[in-house]
Design a protein around this ligand. Structure first.
Ligand code: RAM
Length: 363
């Protein structure tokens, strides 16, 4: 089975499960497939020269984050397969200041495009406006910046869809009532803040969640040690805590280890990399995370690679209605969502004991 077909099957299965309300039956999980462990490189479009002679930059949130490394590998694979030169910059910390200095150096190098995984919604405005003024195409992926400072946002999944999926998981794992907490990334992260806002809005607007008590949003800054410390503080400060939801792959991995090592009864869900979370996924008391979600970070990087090339060669401008072919990922049309231009990769996948072993070697 080809990777693209597998993706379509997974997307369809998970979309159906989301519509069905995110139950935990086997039918709503990503279907295991014999070739699930095949490297993503087999999905690359045949080499051509559409990206030739140009330089495409990617600025991640920070160094040392395995999610960012997988995203960067997808970006690199696509751009190099099409003859482009890739520059990947991993700032030392997940801060806007660290991104500003690497973007300034990319402007000096005269790159043709910069794909940014924003560490802040507004703090990059001046440097990105300067880059655009020099003719550099700016796009975002994973975490957005102010919409008028970039052409288009490659979003992993719809914000409200992620919010609903995580809220439903919290509801399920708490039994519908009691204390729960969020362990997030940085307090300025545009993507996590959007998902958390979506969850809070659901709790306010749907009486189904009236008995749930969000005690704290803690920030581990996408650093393993700080995320570990924040998890321990949550356990100490809230003795009645039932569930932690960590919408960050770094946070969920740190929290999973703390909870499992301490044999805590607090359950965990959120967004995690199967490769980092496999040992913590299980429904019994010996495991801290019954199930979690994510999308394919390699494909998100690939989508940003194709989008960068289309912006630089002029086949799209980033306007709503523009469409282009993103290799084996398929055809994409830029949409206006929540007042800004976006491309959505697809729905989140659910990972649980039935499929985690199939996926832990993929990403
Ligand atoms: C972390 C980062 C990233 C986010 C994932 C889910 O790796 O914060 O931005 O998309 O988690």
């Amino acid at each position: 089975m080809k990777k693209k077909l597998l993706s379509v099957i997974l997307a369809t299965a998970v979309a159906a499960s989301l519509l069905a309300g995110c139950g935990s039956s086997a039918a709503d999980t990503a279907a295991p497939a014999a070739d699930a462990a095949a490297p993503a490189a087999d999905a690359a479009a045949p080499a051509d020269s559409s990206g030739g002679g140009k330089t495409y930059a990617l600025v991640t949130k920070s160094a040392g984050n395995p999610f960012m490394e997988r995203m960067a590998s997808g970006f690199q694979e696509v751009v190099e397969a099409q003859g482009g030169t890739v520059v990947i910059q991993n700032p030392e910390a997940a801060t806007p200041d660290a991104q500003i200095s690497v973007i300034q150096s990319l402007i000096s190098q005269g790159v043709d495009s910069i794909a940014v995984d924003g560490n802040d919604a507004n703090a990059l405005t001046a440097v990105l406006t300067e880059a655009s003024g020099k003719g550099i195409k700016i796009l975002t992926l994973d975490s957005d910046v102010a919409p008028d400072t970039r052409t288009v946002y490659c979003n992993q999944a719809g914000v409200s869809q992620i919010g609903e999926t995580l809220m439903e998981a919290v509801y399920d794992l708490t039994g519908g009532e009691g204390d729960w907490a969020i362990l997030s990334a940085t307090s300025q992260a545009t993507n996590q803040n959007a998902w958390i806002d979506a969850m809070k809005k659901l709790m306010e607007s749907d009486s189904k969640y009236a008995k749930l008590n969000l005690v704290e949003v803690a920030y581990g800054d996408d650093e393993p040690q700080k995320s570990t410390d924040q998890t321990q503080a949550l356990l100490q400060n809230y003795p009645d805590l039932k569930v932690i939801c960590a919408p960050t792959t770094v946070g969920i991995a740190a929290a999973a280890k703390v909870l499992q090592d301490q044999k805590s009864s607090v359950k965990l869900t959120g967004l995690g990399l199967p490769s980092e979370m496999a040992e913590y996924i299980g429904e019994d008391d010996a495991h801290s995370c019954p199930y979690m979600y994510l999308w394919n970070p390699i494909d998100l990087g690939r989508l940003a690679g194709y989008t960068s090339i289309a912006l630089v060669d002029g086949s799209i401008t980033g306007a709503a209605g523009d469409s282009f072919k993103a290799g084996d990922l398929g055809d994409y049309t830029i949409e206006e969502i929540d007042g800004s231009t976006q491309i959505i990769l697809g729905p989140p996948f659910k990972f649980d004991p039935s499929n985690i072993d199939e996926w832990k070697t993929v990403y």
